[in-house]
Design a protein around this ligand. Sequence first.
Ligand code: GLU
Length: 551
Amino acid sequence: MDFNELAELIFPNAKDISYYEEKYPNRNLPEGAAVTRFAPSPTGFIHIGGLFGSIIDRKIAGQTDGVFILRIEDTDQKREIENGVLQIVEGLKAFDIIPNEGVTSETEETGNYGPYKQSERKDIYQAYAKSLIKQGLAYPCFCTQQELEEIRAKQEAAKIRPGYYGIWAKYRTLPIDEAVEKIKNGEHYIIRFKSQGREDRRIKHKDCIKGNIEFPENDQDIVIIKADGLPTYHFAHAVDDHLMRVTHVIRGDEWVSSLPLHLELFRALGFKPPKYAHTATIMKDENGSKRKISKRKDPEAAVSYYHEQGIPADAVVEYLLNIANSSFEPWRRSNPDKDISEFELQLNKMSVSGAVFDMVKLLDVSKNVISKYTAEKIYEETLKWAIKYDLELEKLLSENKEYSIKVLNIERGKAKPRKDIAKWSDVKEIIKYMYQEEYNKINEYEFQKVNDKEEIKDILNSYIEKYFDISDDKDTWFNKMKDLSEEKGYAREVKAYKQEPEKYKGHVGDISSVIRVALTTKCNTPDLYEIMQVLGEENVINRLKDYINKN
Ligand code: GLU
């Protein structure tokens, strides 16, 4: 008996690997084009780290005219959930991440390098495992759970490095005839890699993000094919990324310690290894110390959080690019209107230590992103959000479409647009006073400087009688505000007031505040002139009179 016969006995139907090498030829892409892949397990909603990774994958492929693949790593069938694939596909789509190749739904896929679900690639892995067995680079291992535990206990007692390697690898040197006999007797086994590495030798590697790194060689005879016939992550990674002709493996840095093993697997399989980029984990600052962002503790770790809050997907993507490359922020400042596809992401400029997720900053980015939207778009997006999360708002918006767009258009579409909306869940609070029904429900007025009820009423009465005219242009309107100020003993200009504060009761800003608060209940609003234009003559007069009568 020789290795060939052993291989035939174990995988009688597996094809020769030359079949797959021809079936999945090198890609015909321009020089420098990167082939990347996002390779999640279908175990639930996408995590912020997964979204981060897929944005980088897409960007690196996109900016080099390469290919971005979505591959599903479903070899651990115990961890799978129903509709897991769909959740990933839809989850990415919500952020406008549409891979060029790979799975597109629970049952469909696109591209010539599939199947893109690992559970459908069993034959392929077995062909490569067979080829390793033939070369004496993999072998069947018959260890029972109990035997493995015994090995571990001995290693522990002797304070030796744990694992299945060297002299501890019990079946590594089992004569072929004995292995054949055991298989024929129906004994259970798995396939292990026969490592040629040595722990006392070191390998050097250049990671695209981490730079030069060095490790001891791998010497573990890891499992490559499990008892269910499916591969382990390590083996599938090597076979898939080779056959899908992936050039850049961009993945979380929890995998960096497996690199010596992966490089050895690639060598044993006769594959050219891809470039690796290990991205630092997204961190969270907790009372001054950094920790990994956690699915359990941090609601913002699940991407569903952003949908629930109504933070637009492009704001989240833009924020993640911010933490991906520190050069993004200055680029954005110099190119406020460019599409993010024009920004060139550089792997070697990515953080090595773990970027900290900052909600305040994200909301700030979001305010900027939203400030560039048209009122129509804000209306549509807010409505879409409200249909799911706020039916009151949905009613308000859909019953007053045109009016709402006018409201949202206040101080928009200008060089310095308003930046008060960070998320769709903010919108109701920000605009509700513009709707009579909602305005009527608010009983508190935020007067500040001018607080005396009689004084307020006097100002409002004079304004209605002598100064208010809806057809005034903005300058005339403002001059009248100044006239009113003067009449009531307030300075026409803030500057004049500041020079001689004892001469005045206040200034024109205080007077316009009185009118602002009476009309909107709030001290801080967008441009008052525009607000009055949108409310219209009748509403303005009614609101001011209402205030006078009520108080
Ligand atoms: N399925 C692995 C994970 O979700 C993929 C890691 C990789 O990108 O290679 O962590």
